[in-house]
Each structure stands twice: as structure tokens, then as C-alpha cells.
Design a binder for this molecule. Structure first.
Ligand SMILES: [Zn+2]
Length: 784
């Protein structure tokens, strides 16, 4: 393919040389016209640069009056001067457009470059020997219909009255319109200066609104066929706004300071007003203004003004995001943050998990002192009454209301829980739970367990999840059917009051706590942290609950969800169960724990008030620490594997609350590097059941300097003797001498400032009333 192309270019160069020689011939008295052409440089198949020698003395007037004869053009050809420009150096540039029979020849333009009154060079494209019929077969109307049939937009700009009005305003011309006008042209596609290629065509600029585009289309004026098209949206200018783009903006929210969020932005351009010699626009675009719509194309959220129903938007003279409605911003931003939370933490795509559009209405005049989710896809926020409440767009409230949407599409979509009785209370509780979780997620340690503290003017908030009894608007119960439990028939009041029970369950599960509930039950919950608790709550809500679920079903559902996430008898299951017990729903976790068919790859602490049994295929891998703590018995049965390099501990000790954690735990059995392939340890698991002795003791600190503690517990009432010996077995001190002591924990503090440094042994002996004896000797080291 290369050779013919080269040949064609070469042929044209030869032609131009001939042409230039001819120009020189006519314009000078020189006998050797070739001397006027300095160089001819082809740019491509149809554009050339010709550099003239100084002595050619070609002026713009010589050219303007004699171009037909100069260029070998016919009387039907016209060169119209389009533009004359003087550059910084004082040089001039004349741009000519070629016409044939008064029809513009698309792409045939030349530019002459003049310095010191003489043309130095010229460049461009032109055509000779054209012979085309310039009377169209098709009328403009018919050609336009061909063009529209080819473009096939859903909607055109001239069909949008606002766009037409804007154009008339910008153009200051009551006749301005986007309606496409056809321009007759001679065109060649692909462009080529061969005269046989040119056709008579109509050119239309078609503005389409849906889809947003601007298309230049050429329709054959004889056949109606599309010859070519391209998009003009980035070129030339009739006033237009670029397509909407997503942009990240930052501006002030009502309650959360300066925050960034996504928005749709549209930059708009107008014609700069410059015209060419014929008074036609130069189609030069200049930036005019930007429109910001509170619409988020990323998360599919749109915020509208409830009274007018318009999208909240603003027009700016610069590209700063200056929407001054901080109430709308807060609602929009909060919803984006809530969506971010659900997406990044739970991989959920919006409230319905399929990314459907969320419409937010602010300044709600219908219920101004409230906020609500409106099935199937809207949020409404009032501006508050101004007496008790500010606008209802706090982050926790937006999170709460959006979570109603999540609930709606999780349970019996799209309506969610039955809004009466306990299922209604569960719905309100899950909405509060995730409202608070989202606040913590965004604000970190600045989050809190109060719902709506920004909304209430006195700052007390609407509900307090950590202290339901002490909440602002109305006290809630912290115990199922306990104090403040609402028993009336108002569904909304029932839901918003009795949600306190679920709220407190979640608070305890996150943060932990101990106390006595309204049933006079003492509870103790070790907090799992808000992230883990939220994961359990989310799985419970989305995968286990149904529309009529109540608190007892929520308890079962959350235990199932926790077993699903963390395995049966996990610490998580214990805490979930005990948190329900704390709020008066069900019993505390008190089952014997059977651990089997599990391989621990991470450290684990198994605590239980009842027995713990590890058996069939329970593995603790190398590098992993595992601790069992029971108040009763620990069984290590066949199939228990503590692999080489693992670290296994077992304790009998009261299962105490987090606040007691500093208490020294007491080790009775420590098995390091244990495997049941290790013969030296085989005796440990050779029995079907190994009971870890109930007696436990510990000395701390050890080594010690001036004093130390000897902790021990007695399984039953016993007579205790404790003696201190030196290395040679000589009795040094009789610490406890045949003293009758009750079952339980005891501590002896050894004050030893008077003892020399060195190694000692403590001998312990306890004789129970039925004659069982516990003996133990422990080594002590006293140091300076
Ligand atoms: Zn609610």
C-alpha cells in the first residue's frame, strides 16, 4: 500500500511546482520563475506549505485581484477573505475560503503570510477543475429529516423549552434556536483535492439532549445518504453546557463542619461574540458559569427541595462549589456517608443493594418537625420547629432514616418489619444502631451513643442508647418489659420507646458493661467493639430476621448469625447471649462448651461458667495461644491437639467481668509444645476425661524484692499450712499454721524485707474435712 500513496503525493507535488512556477511567471519579469519558489513542503496528501523567495514580490493585492488566473481557477470559483490577522511581530495572515458556484468547498482554505508588504509563504488546500452540479435534489427540510433519522436521539435540545430560552437570553436574540439549519457545501470524505471526490451535501449541527451530544452530520444533497458525521461538542461554540460530570466538592454542612461530598457539575460556555468578516460567529467558546446539582451520580442520590420539588442546585461564576443550603448539604452528605459505610463495610450497594436512586427531600413542610423514610425510595427531613428542634439532618438521623430503607429491603421488601408491636421496636432499634454506627464510622472517637443530639436545641438528644432510662425526649426501657416499657396501643410510640431494649443490647455488645437489670439479674458483658457488634447486627438483620420478628426471635437470630460468623461456642456467641440476658431477653450463656473439629489459627480465649471440653479434631496450631477458663471443669479428650510450638493454658477461675480483668488469673495446667504424638505428654490425654484440679495457686511477683503474694483457692473447707524453706530445706518461716479456711480464693502476702536474697521454696498443704489433701511446693526467688 505504501508505493501508490507515495506516487500520489509525488504527483501532487509536481503539480504544485508547476502551479507555482506559473504564478511566478505572471507576477514578475523574471525569466526564471522557478527562482521565486524557495521550497514546497507537503504536510499530507492535501495540504502544502510553499515558501517564496524574497524577490517574488507577491502582494496581497496582486493575489486578491488575480487569483483566478494565478491559481488556474474558473469564473465559478471564488476566494473569499475570511480573516486578516496581525501578529505580535507585525506580520499579517490572510485566510481565504474557496467557493464554487457560491457554494463553500469544505476544507479548501489557504492562508497567505505577509511580512513587510510581501507574501513570504502560503499554505493550505485548494482545488481546480471542479465540475459539480450545485443545485440540490433534496430540499433542506427533506435532508434534515434524513439527518434526524440517522442521529435518532431520544430528545433534541430545541425540544427543551428551558434550553431554547437560555440560548435566546445568552445570544440576546429572540430568534436564536438549536433547531438545526442545513448548510449546503461541497465535501469530500476522506478529504482529497481530486475534483472527482467532491459531492454536494447538507451539513447540519444537531444538538441532542438525550443522549447529550452535538453531532455534525453531512447528508448527500442528491441521495439523502449520510456521508459523514462527527461530534462537535468539544469544538466550536454555540452556547452550551458540557454534559454533567461527577465532581468532589467541599463546603459547609449544618452540623459537621466542612465536608467533601460528590456532586454533579456542569460547566457552561458561551460564544465569545467575535465574528469574521462576513459577520459570522467565529465559534469561539469561553467559560461562562458552572451549575452544581446536589445529585450524586456515583451513589445515585439526589437532594430536592420539598416545597418546590426542584433539585437543590446553584449557579456559580467560578468553579467553587458554593451551594449555600447547608441543610440540604448535610442531608446529602449524610446519605453519601451512610452509603459509603454500607458499601465499604458490608459490600452493600445502596439501601436496596441494587443501587437504586435515593431521593432526599429537605425543608419538608408537610411534617417540619420530623424525619422519615418514605417507602420505596425517599427520605424526608423537616427544618425543625425552631423551639425544641433544629433541622433534622444530623448524621445519626440521616443514617437512621436511610437504615429504614436498608431494613425495608432486607425484611419483606420494600416495607420491612411490621410496624406494630415488637417488630416495630426492632425496626427502630436497628435504625438507631446503624445511625450511631455510621456516626462512629465517620467521626471516629467523636461519635457518641446519643441519637439526635445535634437536632435538639438543648443538646440532650432524642434517645440515648447507652442509658435508655435517661434519654431526653422520653425515657426508654433498658430491660425487656421493665421500667418505661410502653404497653399502650400507639404503634409509633411503642416502637420508638421499646427500641431502647435493642439499643442497649447493641451498646453492651459493643462497649461491654456490668450491672443489675430491672429483673434484678446481675449481668456481665465483655464488649466486642462496635465493628464486630455491627457485623453481627447487620448479618442478623439482613439474613435472619423476618417481618414479624420480636425480641426473642432477634435473640435467636443474632445467636445463629454469630455462630455463622464466628463458630458455635465462640466468645462472640457468649457475649451476644449475655448481652440479651442483660436486657432481660433469655438466659445467660451457661451451656457446657464442646469444642471439636476446629483448628485455631489465631489466639483464642474460651471462657465459660460451665464445663469446657475439647475433643475430636480440635487443633491449636504452632504459634497460636489458646486459653480455657471455666468455673467448673475442663476436659481434654482424645482428638485434642496442641501442636508443637503452640501455647495452651487452662484455668479454673470465676468468669468475671471486664472491670475485674486486672485480677491475676490462676494457672493450674499449662501445656506447652504439646502434641498427642509426644509420648511424654500422652498421659495427659490418655484418660477419657481429665479433670483439672479445682485447686489453683500462683505467686506473683516472682522473682520479688520486698514482698510477694501467694494466691490459692480451696475447692472445699480445708486446714491450711504454708511454710517457707531455704535451699537446704531448713524451715525459715511458718506463714500459715494449721488454719481452717473456707472454700474459695485466698491471698497470703509475704513481707520479706528482712530475708536475705536467694532461692526459697513455699510448701503448701490443705487438708479437706473429708481427708483429701492438696500438697504443692513452689520456688521463689528474692532479688535486690
Ligand atoms: Zn425511625
Amino acid at each position: 500500500m505504501k508505493y501508490p500513496l507515495m506516487k500520489s503525493v509525488f504527483a501532487r507535488i509536481v503539480f504544485l511546482f508547476y502551479f507555482l512556477l506559473k504564478i511566478n511567471n505572471l507576477f514578475s519579469q523574471e525569466t526564471n520563475p522557478a527562482s521565486f519558489v524557495d521550497r514546497l513542503i507537503p504536510i499530507n496528501t492535501h495540504e502544502f506549505i510553499i515558501k517564496l523567495k524574497k524577490e517574488s514580490n507577491l502582494t496581497i493585492d496582486n493575489f486578491s485581484y488575480n487569483y483566478r488566473s494565478l491559481m488556474g481557477l474558473s469564473q465559478k470559483d471564488n476566494m473569499k477573505l475570511l480573516r486578516e490577522e496581525t501578529d505580535k511581530s507585525g506580520g499579517k495572515h490572510y485566510r481565504f475560503q474557496q467557493y464554487y458556484d457560491q457554494v463553500k468547498i469544505d476544507g479548501c482554505e489557504i492562508i497567505l503570510h505577509e511580512k513587510n508588504e510581501f507574501i513570504q509563504s502560503l499554505n493550505g488546500s485548494w482545488i481546480k477543475n471542479l465540475n459539480v452540479n450545485t443545485t440540490p435534489t433534496l430540499t433542506e427540510d427533506v435532508a434534515r429529516q434524513f439527518a434526524l433519522d440517522a442521529v435518532k436521539a431520544q430528545q433534541y435540545r430545541w425540544q427543551v423549552p428551558q434550553e431554547e430560552q437560555l440560548l435566546k437570553k445568552i445570544k440576546n436574540d429572540s430568534n436564536a434556536t438549536y433547531f438545526p439549519e442545513g448548510k449546503l457545501l461541497l465535501v469530500a470524505f476522506p478529504f482529497n483535492i481530486n475534483p472527482d471526490n467532491f459531492k454536494l451535501a447538507y451539513k447540519f449541527n444537531i444538538y441532542s439532549q438525550i443522549p447529550f451530544d452535538g453531532i455534525t452530520i453531512y447528508i448527500d444533497a442528491t441521495s439523502g445518504k449520510e456521508i459523514s458525521r462527527n461530534t462537535f461538542i468539544n469544538y466550536g461554540c454555540t452556547s452550551y453546557c458540557k454534559p454533567l460530570t461527577n465532581n468532589n466538592c467541599a463546603t459547609n454542612t449544618r452540623y459537621n463542619g466542612h465536608r467533601s461530598f460528590d456532586i454533579q457539575q456542569q460547566d457552561c460556555y458561551v460564544d465569545d461574540g467575535t465574528v469574521d468578516k462576513d459577520g459570522n460567529s467565529n465559534n469561539n467558546c469561553i467559560y461562562d458559569h458552572t451549575i452544581f446539582n446536589l445529585t450524586d451520580g456515583i451513589r445515585n442520590i439526589e437532594t430536592r427541595d420539598e416545597p418546590s420539588k426542584n433539585i437543590i442546585s446553584s449557579q456559580a461564576e467560578n468553579e467553587d462549589c458554593n451551594i449555600d443550603d447547608d441543610i440540604a448539604i448535610s442531608a446529602h452528605w449524610g446519605a453519601e456517608m451512610a452509603n459509603d459505610y454500607y458499601e465499604s463495610v458490608h459490600n452493600r450497594n445502596g439501601y436496596d443493594n441494587i443501587g437504586s436512586k435515593l431521593t432526599i427531600y429537605v425543608h419538608n413542610s408537610f411534617l417540619p418537625d420530623n424525619a422519615y423514610w418514605y417507602t420505596p425510595s425517599s427520605l424526608y427531613f423537616g427544618d425543625g420547629d425552631g423551639v425544641n428542634n433544629n433541622p433534622w439532618v444530623s448524621l445519626d438521623m440521616v443514617g437512621h432514616e436511610l437504615t429504614h430503607g436498608v431494613i425495608g429491603y432486607s425484611v419483606d421488601a420494600p416495607n420491612g418489619f411490621e410496624y406494630s408491636g415488637e417488630s416495630g421496636a426492632l425496626g427502630e432499634s436497628f435504625a438507631d444502631i446503624f445511625g450511631a454506627v455510621i456516626e462512629f464510622y465517620i467521626n471516629g472517637s467523636n461519635g457518641n451513643w446519643i441519637i439526635g443530639e445535634d437536632i435538639t436545641i438543648n443538646g440532650i438528644g432524642i434517645r440515648n442508647m447507652s442509658v435508655p432510662n435517661g434519654s431526653g425526649d422520653g425515657a426508654q426501657p433498658d430491660t425487656y418489659e421493665g421500667d418505661n416499657w410502653y404497653t399502650g396501643t400507639n404503634a409509633s410510640e411503642f416502637s420508638h420507646t421499646n427500641s431502647g431494649v435493642g439499643n442497649f443490647w447493641f451498646y453492651l455488645l459493643s462497649e461491654g458493661g456490668e450491672g443489675t437489670n430491672d429483673n434484678i439479674d446481675n449481668y456481665c458483658v465483655e464488649g466486642l467493639g462496635i465493628d464486630k457488634a455491627a457485623g453481627i447486627a447487620y448479618t442478623t438483620l439482613t439474613n435472619y430476621l423476618t417481618k414479624n420478628s420480636g425480641y426473642y426471635s432477634a435473640r435467636s437470630a443474632s445467636i445463629l448469625a454469630t455462630q455463622w460468623l464466628y463458630g458455635a461456642n465462640s466468645n462472640e456467641e457468649v457475649q451476644v447471649t449475655n448481652a440479651w440476658y442483660a436486657v432481660g431477653v433469655g438466659q445467660e450463656f451457661n451451656n457446657p462448651i464442646l469444642l471439636q473439629n476446629r483448628t485455631l489459627t489465631q489466639d483464642e480465649y474460651v471462657k465459660n461458667k460451665n464445663d469446657i471440653t475439647a475433643s475430636n479434631n480440635f487443633n491449636i496450631l504452632s504459634g497460636v495461644s489458646c486459653t480455657f477458663q471455666s468455673e467448673t471443669k475442663i476436659y481434654l479428650e482424645s482428638g485434642f491437639h496442641a501442636h508443637n510450638g503452640s501455647n495452651f493454658h487452662a484455668f479454673i477461675a470465676p468468669v468475671v467481668c471486664q472491670s475485674h480483668k486486672n485480677r491475676k488469673s490462676k494457672s493450674v495446667a499449662v501445656v506447652n509444645n504439646f502434641t498427642d504424638n509426644n509420648p511424654s505428654s500422652n498421659n495427659l490425654i490418655s484418660n477419657a476425661k481429665i479433670k483439672i484440679p479445682d485447686y489453683i495457686s500462683d505467686i506473683y511477683p516472682n522473682p520479688f524484692t520486698d514482698h510477694t503474694h501467694y494466691d490459692y483457692s480451696l475447692p472445699s473447707k480445708s486446714t491450711v499450712t504454708l511454710t517457707l524453706h531455704n535451699l537446704f530445706g531448713q524451715e525459715q518461716i511458718n506463714l500459715i499454721n494449721n488454719k481452717l479456711q473456707n472454700a474459695g480464693e485466698h491471698t497470703f502476702t509475704l513481707e520479706a524485707t528482712h530475708l536475705p536474697d536467694g532461692i526459697y521454696f513455699c510448701s503448701f498443704e490443705a487438708r479437706s474435712e473429708n481427708g483429701e489433701t492438696i500438697r504443692e511446693v513452689k520456688k521463689l526467688v528474692k532479688m535486690k
